[in-house]
Design a protein around this ligand. Structure first.
Ligand code: CP
Length: 307
């Protein structure tokens, strides 16, 4: 049974096909409005979410299907001690496809190993967030016009930011990508991502703590939130939370065609004064997330022989 747990589960060709389908859905939504009629998506969210859960639900509804599920662990039988494996087996009796978010790294993989329907990782701990990565790739392809030959700066919490880890991994398969890692010392990219992804694929990268010093080089700026929920103590979070705040002044040296992205939610790291700047792509990015998830649901249900 085909699932999506890690972005590398899909080849670059498959990702290109998903992007093509998403673009076709954006252009011709009526063509897709009953492709998942009588099919059910289960959203099993053991951690908070606005965009991922609601975009999955909107995606299935726009495909003519239905949704069921829960949005917090406490309202499911995991609060009574049920395992992820048993939850996956149970939900396989009710739904055609699962989207799961879980605070424990690897939980969606355990679900996929036990479910008899496709499982989509909707974010596992500080590990991976492959559907955000698909969203990000669609955003870059639409906003920058290509998925190769650009410089991308990742700024903020590169240690705990699972969207950063997944996107760097995905971009390692495209040509001409230069990565600039902008973070405080304590929130640097984990060495396993640096070694296993950047070094292994000979991706050129630099590390700096100064956003201003590299702003003019960037084609894409990927801002991130400092992940309060992953810190061991509140004092460290409070010290680091406002390390980077993007303001109009800081954009003075930026390229005219810079694409500013953020997986959201935003806390304080992008001034709302930037929202009206045409380079601010983060709410368009939110919208693209629904279309790429529609394409993903279609692919996995089709491969499972359910549509
Ligand atoms: N980008 C993202 O995963 O947002 P949510 O946590 O709101 O789903």
């Amino acid at each position: 049974m085909r699932s999506l747990i890690d972005i590398l589960d899909f080849t670059p060709e498959e990702i290109n096909e998903l992007i093509d389908t998403a673009n076709d859905i954006i252009a011709y939504p009526d063509k897709y409005c009953d492709r998942c009629k009588r099919k059910k998506l289960a959203t099993l969210f053991f951690e908070p979410s606005t965009r991922t859960r609601l975009s999955f639900e909107a995606a299935m509804m726009e495909l003519g299907g239905n949704v069921l599920g829960f949005s917090e662990a406490q309202s499911s039988s995991s609060a009574k001690g049920e395992s992820v494996a048993d939850t996956a087996k149970t939900v396989s009796c009710y739904a055609d496809i699962i989207a799961m978010r879980h605070p424990k790294e690897g939980a969606p993989l355990v679900a996929a190993m036990n479910a008899s329907i496709p499982v989509i990782n909707a974010g596992d701990g500080g590990h991976n967030h492959p559907t955000q990565t698909l969203t990000d790739l669609l955003t870059i392809s639409r906003e920058v016009g290509r998925l190769s030959d650009f410089t991308i700066g990742f700024c903020g919490d590169l240690k705990f930011g699972r969207t950063v880890h997944s996107l760097i991994t995905a971009l390692s398969r495209y040509a001409g990508i230069k990565v600039i890692l902008i973070s405080p010392e304590e929130l640097k990219l984990p060495s396993y991502v640096r070694k296993d992804v950047l070094d292994k694929n000979a991706i050129p990268y630099v590390e700096t703590s100064s956003l201003e010093s590299v702003m003019g080089e960037l084609d894409v700026l990927y801002m991130t939130r400092v992940q309060r929920e992953r810190f061991f103590n509140e004092e460290d979070y409070l010290r680091l939370k406002d390390s980077y705040i993007l303001t109009p002044e800081k954009l003075e040296s930026a390229k005219e065609r810079l694409c500013i992205m953020h997986p959201l939610p935003r806390v304080n790291e992008i001034s709302t004064a930037i929202d009206s700047d045409p380079r601010a792509a983060y709410f368009r990015q939110v919208n693209y997330g629904k279309y790429i998830r529609m394409a993903l649901i279609l692919k996995l249900l089709s491969e499972a022989g359910r549509i």
